[in-house]
Design a binder for this molecule. Structure first.
Ligand code: SF4
Length: 360
Protein backbone atom coordinates (compact mmCIF):
# COMPACT_ATOMS: atom_id res chain seq x y z
CA UNK A 1 0.00 0.00 0.00
CA UNK A 2 1.47 3.34 -1.04
CA UNK A 3 1.61 6.10 1.50
CA UNK A 4 1.01 9.07 -0.72
CA UNK A 5 2.07 11.81 1.67
CA UNK A 6 5.45 10.17 2.33
CA UNK A 7 5.99 9.67 -1.37
CA UNK A 8 5.14 13.30 -2.09
CA UNK A 9 7.43 14.54 0.67
CA UNK A 10 10.31 12.35 -0.45
CA UNK A 11 10.04 13.68 -4.00
CA UNK A 12 9.80 17.33 -2.96
CA UNK A 13 12.81 17.08 -0.63
CA UNK A 14 14.81 15.26 -3.29
CA UNK A 15 13.97 17.93 -5.90
CA UNK A 16 14.92 20.72 -3.54
CA UNK A 17 18.40 19.21 -3.13
CA UNK A 18 19.02 17.77 -6.59
CA UNK A 19 17.36 19.97 -9.21
CA UNK A 20 19.57 21.16 -12.06
CA UNK A 21 20.34 24.83 -12.36
CA UNK A 22 18.39 25.62 -15.55
CA UNK A 23 18.12 29.21 -16.82
CA UNK A 24 14.31 29.37 -16.73
CA UNK A 25 14.28 28.18 -13.10
CA UNK A 26 15.89 31.42 -11.93
CA UNK A 27 12.70 33.48 -12.04
CA UNK A 28 10.02 31.19 -13.55
CA UNK A 29 9.05 33.85 -16.06
CA UNK A 30 6.09 32.43 -18.08
CA UNK A 31 7.61 33.35 -21.47
CA UNK A 32 10.83 31.52 -20.62
CA UNK A 33 8.94 28.48 -19.30
CA UNK A 34 6.87 28.32 -22.48
CA UNK A 35 9.91 28.41 -24.76
CA UNK A 36 11.78 25.84 -22.63
CA UNK A 37 8.82 23.44 -22.69
CA UNK A 38 8.45 23.65 -26.48
CA UNK A 39 12.19 23.24 -27.02
CA UNK A 40 12.39 20.29 -24.62
CA UNK A 41 10.02 18.18 -26.74
CA UNK A 42 12.19 15.48 -28.38
CA UNK A 43 15.41 17.28 -27.41
CA UNK A 44 18.23 16.59 -24.92
CA UNK A 45 18.43 19.05 -22.02
CA UNK A 46 21.98 20.30 -22.70
CA UNK A 47 20.89 21.30 -26.21
CA UNK A 48 17.73 22.92 -24.84
CA UNK A 49 19.81 25.09 -22.48
CA UNK A 50 22.14 26.16 -25.32
CA UNK A 51 19.27 27.03 -27.66
CA UNK A 52 17.23 28.66 -24.88
CA UNK A 53 20.11 31.00 -24.00
CA UNK A 54 20.57 31.88 -27.66
CA UNK A 55 16.83 32.41 -28.11
CA UNK A 56 16.55 34.72 -25.09
CA UNK A 57 19.51 36.77 -26.35
CA UNK A 58 17.76 37.22 -29.71
CA UNK A 59 14.14 37.47 -28.50
CA UNK A 60 14.13 38.44 -24.81
CA UNK A 61 10.34 38.92 -24.64
CA UNK A 62 7.09 38.33 -26.51
CA UNK A 63 7.24 41.77 -28.17
CA UNK A 64 10.68 41.20 -29.70
CA UNK A 65 9.60 37.74 -30.84
CA UNK A 66 6.48 39.05 -32.58
CA UNK A 67 8.49 41.83 -34.26
CA UNK A 68 11.03 39.38 -35.75
CA UNK A 69 10.66 37.84 -39.22
CA UNK A 70 9.85 34.16 -39.66
CA UNK A 71 13.28 33.75 -41.26
CA UNK A 72 14.97 35.07 -38.10
CA UNK A 73 12.90 32.69 -35.95
CA UNK A 74 13.78 29.67 -38.10
CA UNK A 75 17.44 30.65 -38.19
CA UNK A 76 17.54 30.76 -34.38
CA UNK A 77 15.83 27.35 -34.28
CA UNK A 78 18.08 25.83 -36.95
CA UNK A 79 19.43 22.44 -35.83
CA UNK A 80 16.66 21.72 -33.27
CA UNK A 81 14.44 20.03 -35.86
CA UNK A 82 10.63 19.74 -35.88
CA UNK A 83 10.39 23.25 -37.29
CA UNK A 84 6.63 23.46 -36.90
CA UNK A 85 7.39 24.11 -33.22
CA UNK A 86 9.20 27.35 -34.12
CA UNK A 87 6.50 28.43 -36.55
CA UNK A 88 3.81 27.82 -33.91
CA UNK A 89 5.76 29.82 -31.33
CA UNK A 90 5.84 32.69 -33.80
CA UNK A 91 2.10 32.47 -34.51
CA UNK A 92 1.36 32.29 -30.79
CA UNK A 93 3.54 35.33 -30.03
CA UNK A 94 1.51 37.39 -32.49
CA UNK A 95 -1.77 36.10 -31.03
CA UNK A 96 -0.58 36.97 -27.53
CA UNK A 97 0.16 40.54 -28.67
CA UNK A 98 -3.20 40.88 -30.45
CA UNK A 99 -5.50 39.17 -27.97
CA UNK A 100 -3.82 38.55 -24.61
CA UNK A 101 -2.02 41.75 -23.72
CA UNK A 102 1.35 40.17 -24.61
CA UNK A 103 0.99 37.72 -21.71
CA UNK A 104 0.70 33.94 -21.61
CA UNK A 105 -2.71 32.99 -20.22
CA UNK A 106 -3.00 31.03 -16.95
CA UNK A 107 -6.10 29.06 -17.82
CA UNK A 108 -5.60 25.65 -19.39
CA UNK A 109 -8.53 26.11 -21.78
CA UNK A 110 -7.09 29.36 -23.14
CA UNK A 111 -3.60 27.94 -23.38
CA UNK A 112 -4.97 25.00 -25.36
CA UNK A 113 -6.42 27.37 -27.94
CA UNK A 114 -2.90 28.60 -28.88
CA UNK A 115 -0.94 27.05 -31.79
CA UNK A 116 1.47 24.30 -30.74
CA UNK A 117 0.21 24.07 -27.15
CA UNK A 118 -1.28 20.66 -26.31
CA UNK A 119 -2.46 19.20 -22.98
CA UNK A 120 1.03 18.52 -21.66
CA UNK A 121 2.46 21.96 -22.50
CA UNK A 122 -0.64 23.78 -21.24
CA UNK A 123 -0.42 21.97 -17.89
CA UNK A 124 3.33 22.53 -17.67
CA UNK A 125 2.96 26.29 -18.26
CA UNK A 126 0.00 26.62 -15.86
CA UNK A 127 1.71 24.68 -13.06
CA UNK A 128 5.38 25.64 -13.48
CA UNK A 129 4.98 29.27 -14.52
CA UNK A 130 1.87 30.12 -12.50
CA UNK A 131 1.74 27.46 -9.75
CA UNK A 132 -1.76 26.33 -10.76
CA UNK A 133 -2.80 23.01 -9.22
CA UNK A 134 -2.75 20.92 -12.40
CA UNK A 135 -0.92 17.65 -13.02
CA UNK A 136 1.41 16.99 -15.95
CA UNK A 137 2.23 13.74 -17.70
CA UNK A 138 5.13 13.41 -20.11
CA UNK A 139 7.16 10.39 -21.26
CA UNK A 140 9.38 10.58 -18.16
CA UNK A 141 6.41 10.63 -15.83
CA UNK A 142 4.68 7.77 -17.66
CA UNK A 143 7.82 5.67 -17.20
CA UNK A 144 8.07 6.47 -13.49
CA UNK A 145 4.40 5.66 -12.90
CA UNK A 146 4.60 2.41 -14.88
CA UNK A 147 7.40 1.31 -12.55
CA UNK A 148 6.24 2.86 -9.31
CA UNK A 149 2.69 1.52 -9.59
CA UNK A 150 3.55 -1.56 -11.70
CA UNK A 151 1.25 -0.52 -14.56
CA UNK A 152 1.18 -3.10 -17.34
CA UNK A 153 -0.90 -1.19 -19.91
CA UNK A 154 0.33 -0.77 -23.49
CA UNK A 155 2.31 2.50 -23.68
CA UNK A 156 0.47 5.11 -25.73
CA UNK A 157 -2.90 3.31 -25.46
CA UNK A 158 -5.94 5.37 -24.38
CA UNK A 159 -6.22 3.22 -21.20
CA UNK A 160 -2.61 3.90 -20.28
CA UNK A 161 -2.95 7.63 -20.93
CA UNK A 162 -6.10 7.80 -18.79
CA UNK A 163 -4.45 5.85 -15.98
CA UNK A 164 -1.35 8.05 -15.95
CA UNK A 165 -3.36 11.28 -15.85
CA UNK A 166 -5.51 9.91 -13.03
CA UNK A 167 -2.44 8.90 -11.03
CA UNK A 168 -0.75 12.27 -11.63
CA UNK A 169 -3.86 14.17 -10.55
CA UNK A 170 -4.37 12.03 -7.45
CA UNK A 171 -0.72 12.40 -6.39
CA UNK A 172 -0.45 16.18 -6.85
CA UNK A 173 -0.08 17.92 -3.45
CA UNK A 174 -2.15 21.11 -3.30
CA UNK A 175 -0.14 24.30 -3.68
CA UNK A 176 3.02 22.42 -4.69
CA UNK A 177 2.37 21.86 -8.40
CA UNK A 178 5.39 23.82 -9.61
CA UNK A 179 7.90 21.80 -7.61
CA UNK A 180 6.08 18.48 -7.59
CA UNK A 181 5.61 18.32 -11.37
CA UNK A 182 9.21 19.31 -11.95
CA UNK A 183 10.36 16.79 -9.32
CA UNK A 184 8.73 13.99 -11.30
CA UNK A 185 10.21 15.18 -14.60
CA UNK A 186 13.63 15.59 -13.00
CA UNK A 187 13.48 12.15 -11.43
CA UNK A 188 12.74 10.67 -14.86
CA UNK A 189 15.62 12.57 -16.46
CA UNK A 190 18.26 11.94 -13.77
CA UNK A 191 17.38 8.76 -11.86
CA UNK A 192 14.49 6.71 -13.28
CA UNK A 193 16.04 6.77 -16.75
CA UNK A 194 14.74 4.58 -19.59
CA UNK A 195 17.73 2.23 -19.35
CA UNK A 196 19.47 1.30 -16.10
CA UNK A 197 17.52 3.41 -13.61
CA UNK A 198 19.64 4.33 -10.61
CA UNK A 199 17.36 2.82 -7.97
CA UNK A 200 20.05 2.99 -5.26
CA UNK A 201 19.66 6.80 -5.09
CA UNK A 202 15.94 6.97 -5.89
CA UNK A 203 13.93 8.90 -3.27
CA UNK A 204 10.83 6.77 -3.89
CA UNK A 205 12.52 3.36 -4.08
CA UNK A 206 10.74 2.11 -0.97
CA UNK A 207 7.40 2.73 -2.73
CA UNK A 208 8.36 1.22 -6.09
CA UNK A 209 6.41 -1.92 -6.99
CA UNK A 210 8.48 -2.75 -10.09
CA UNK A 211 11.62 -2.73 -7.93
CA UNK A 212 9.91 -4.86 -5.30
CA UNK A 213 8.70 -7.44 -7.86
CA UNK A 214 11.89 -7.33 -9.94
CA UNK A 215 9.93 -6.13 -12.97
CA UNK A 216 11.84 -2.99 -13.96
CA UNK A 217 12.88 -4.23 -17.45
CA UNK A 218 9.17 -4.98 -18.14
CA UNK A 219 7.87 -1.56 -17.01
CA UNK A 220 6.71 0.18 -19.04
CA UNK A 221 5.90 -2.75 -21.32
CA UNK A 222 8.66 -2.62 -23.97
CA UNK A 223 7.52 -1.20 -27.32
CA UNK A 224 8.06 -3.22 -30.49
CA UNK A 225 11.15 -1.81 -32.13
CA UNK A 226 10.44 0.28 -35.21
CA UNK A 227 12.56 -0.36 -38.26
CA UNK A 228 14.77 2.37 -39.68
CA UNK A 229 13.75 3.19 -43.25
CA UNK A 230 16.63 4.13 -45.59
CA UNK A 231 16.02 6.93 -48.07
CA UNK A 232 18.37 7.98 -50.88
CA UNK A 233 18.33 11.59 -52.00
CA UNK A 234 20.42 13.86 -54.19
CA UNK A 235 20.92 17.60 -54.33
CA UNK A 236 22.87 20.10 -56.39
CA UNK A 237 24.64 23.33 -55.43
CA UNK A 238 24.16 25.58 -58.46
CA UNK A 239 26.90 28.19 -58.94
CA UNK A 240 26.52 30.98 -61.50
CA UNK A 241 28.57 34.14 -61.87
CA UNK A 242 29.98 33.79 -58.36
CA UNK A 243 26.55 33.32 -56.73
CA UNK A 244 24.79 30.26 -55.34
CA UNK A 245 21.12 29.44 -55.89
CA UNK A 246 18.89 28.72 -52.87
CA UNK A 247 15.14 28.37 -52.63
CA UNK A 248 12.69 28.58 -49.73
CA UNK A 249 10.40 25.62 -49.21
CA UNK A 250 6.63 26.06 -49.23
CA UNK A 251 5.19 27.12 -45.88
CA UNK A 252 3.02 24.02 -45.38
CA UNK A 253 5.70 21.56 -46.52
CA UNK A 254 7.86 19.40 -44.28
CA UNK A 255 10.68 21.78 -43.22
CA UNK A 256 8.30 24.54 -44.36
CA UNK A 257 9.88 27.96 -44.99
CA UNK A 258 13.42 26.61 -44.57
CA UNK A 259 15.95 27.23 -47.35
CA UNK A 260 17.55 24.50 -49.46
CA UNK A 261 19.39 23.56 -52.62
CA UNK A 262 16.98 21.90 -55.06
CA UNK A 263 16.99 18.12 -55.11
CA UNK A 264 14.90 15.19 -54.00
CA UNK A 265 14.41 11.50 -53.64
CA UNK A 266 16.16 9.16 -56.08
CA UNK A 267 13.89 7.00 -58.19
CA UNK A 268 14.65 3.33 -58.63
CA UNK A 269 17.23 2.72 -61.39
CA UNK A 270 18.14 6.43 -61.40
CA UNK A 271 21.67 7.65 -60.65
CA UNK A 272 22.13 10.45 -58.14
CA UNK A 273 23.35 12.69 -60.97
CA UNK A 274 20.17 12.00 -62.97
CA UNK A 275 18.06 12.81 -59.92
CA UNK A 276 19.68 16.23 -59.52
CA UNK A 277 19.14 17.15 -63.19
CA UNK A 278 15.53 15.92 -63.10
CA UNK A 279 14.71 17.63 -59.81
CA UNK A 280 16.13 20.96 -61.00
CA UNK A 281 13.94 20.82 -64.09
CA UNK A 282 10.82 19.78 -62.13
CA UNK A 283 11.28 22.23 -59.29
CA UNK A 284 12.73 25.27 -61.10
CA UNK A 285 12.62 24.66 -64.87
CA UNK A 286 16.37 25.31 -64.89
CA UNK A 287 18.40 22.94 -67.09
CA UNK A 288 21.58 22.04 -65.21
CA UNK A 289 24.56 19.77 -65.75
CA UNK A 290 26.40 17.97 -62.98
CA UNK A 291 30.01 19.15 -62.70
CA UNK A 292 31.48 17.29 -59.73
CA UNK A 293 30.64 15.34 -56.59
CA UNK A 294 30.94 17.28 -53.32
CA UNK A 295 30.19 14.70 -50.65
CA UNK A 296 27.57 12.33 -49.27
CA UNK A 297 25.92 13.20 -45.96
CA UNK A 298 23.89 10.94 -43.72
CA UNK A 299 21.36 12.16 -41.19
CA UNK A 300 18.46 10.70 -39.27
CA UNK A 301 14.96 12.12 -39.39
CA UNK A 302 12.30 10.47 -37.21
CA UNK A 303 12.63 6.81 -38.31
CA UNK A 304 14.32 7.58 -41.61
CA UNK A 305 18.00 7.36 -42.39
CA UNK A 306 18.63 9.82 -45.20
CA UNK A 307 21.65 9.43 -47.47
CA UNK A 308 22.11 12.66 -49.41
CA UNK A 309 24.42 12.72 -52.46
CA UNK A 310 25.63 16.24 -53.11
CA UNK A 311 27.03 17.75 -56.34
CA UNK A 312 28.13 21.02 -57.84
CA UNK A 313 25.98 21.84 -60.87
CA UNK A 314 26.00 24.63 -63.46
CA UNK A 315 23.46 26.06 -65.90
CA UNK A 316 23.14 24.55 -69.35
CA UNK A 317 21.36 27.69 -70.56
CA UNK A 318 21.70 31.47 -70.30
CA UNK A 319 18.39 31.83 -68.46
CA UNK A 320 19.00 32.02 -64.70
CA UNK A 321 15.50 33.00 -63.55
CA UNK A 322 13.70 29.91 -62.28
CA UNK A 323 9.99 29.12 -62.41
CA UNK A 324 9.34 27.82 -58.92
CA UNK A 325 7.17 24.71 -58.52
CA UNK A 326 8.25 23.47 -55.07
CA UNK A 327 9.30 26.67 -53.32
CA UNK A 328 7.90 30.07 -52.42
CA UNK A 329 10.98 32.20 -53.02
CA UNK A 330 14.53 32.04 -54.35
CA UNK A 331 17.76 34.01 -54.00
CA UNK A 332 21.09 34.10 -55.77
CA UNK A 333 23.52 34.87 -52.93
CA UNK A 334 27.28 35.05 -52.31
CA UNK A 335 28.26 31.87 -50.47
CA UNK A 336 29.57 33.97 -47.55
CA UNK A 337 25.96 35.00 -46.78
CA UNK A 338 24.66 31.45 -46.51
CA UNK A 339 24.70 31.39 -42.71
CA UNK A 340 22.00 34.05 -42.66
CA UNK A 341 19.51 31.39 -43.82
CA UNK A 342 18.07 28.36 -41.99
CA UNK A 343 18.56 25.00 -43.74
CA UNK A 344 17.38 21.45 -42.85
CA UNK A 345 19.96 19.16 -41.21
CA UNK A 346 21.24 17.39 -44.36
CA UNK A 347 21.84 20.63 -46.26
CA UNK A 348 23.42 22.27 -43.20
CA UNK A 349 25.86 19.33 -43.04
CA UNK A 350 26.66 19.89 -46.71
CA UNK A 351 27.29 23.61 -46.08
CA UNK A 352 29.56 22.80 -43.13
CA UNK A 353 31.50 20.36 -45.34
CA UNK A 354 31.91 22.96 -48.11
CA UNK A 355 33.05 25.61 -45.62
CA UNK A 356 35.55 23.38 -43.84
CA UNK A 357 36.98 22.22 -47.19
CA UNK A 358 36.89 25.73 -48.70
CA UNK A 359 34.86 24.46 -51.66
CA UNK A 360 32.78 27.53 -52.40
FE1 SF4 B 1 12.49 4.17 -11.02
FE2 SF4 B 1 14.09 2.57 -9.63
FE3 SF4 B 1 12.97 4.68 -8.47
FE4 SF4 B 1 11.49 2.56 -9.16
S1 SF4 B 1 13.12 2.61 -7.65
S2 SF4 B 1 10.97 4.70 -9.48
S3 SF4 B 1 12.50 1.94 -11.06
S4 SF4 B 1 14.47 4.69 -10.13
Amino acid sequence: MITTSKLQQALLIWFDKNQRDLPWRHNYEPYQIWISEIMAQQTQMDRVVKYHNRWMNSFPDIHSLARASEDQILKCWEGLGYYSRARNIYKTANLLIDKHNATLPKRIKTLLSLPGIGPYTASAIASIAYGEDVAVVDANIERIFARLFNIDLIPGSPEAKREYWQKATALLPKGEARNFNQALMELGALVCRPKQPNCSVCPVATHCLALQYDLIPERPIPKKSTKTIPIKMATGVLLHQGLVFIQQRLADDVWGALWEFPGGRMKEDETAEDTVVREYMEETELAVRVDSKITTTIHHFTRYKVTLHCFFVSLQQHESDPVLHAAQEFHWIPFEQIDQYAFPAGHRKLITFMKSNKLA
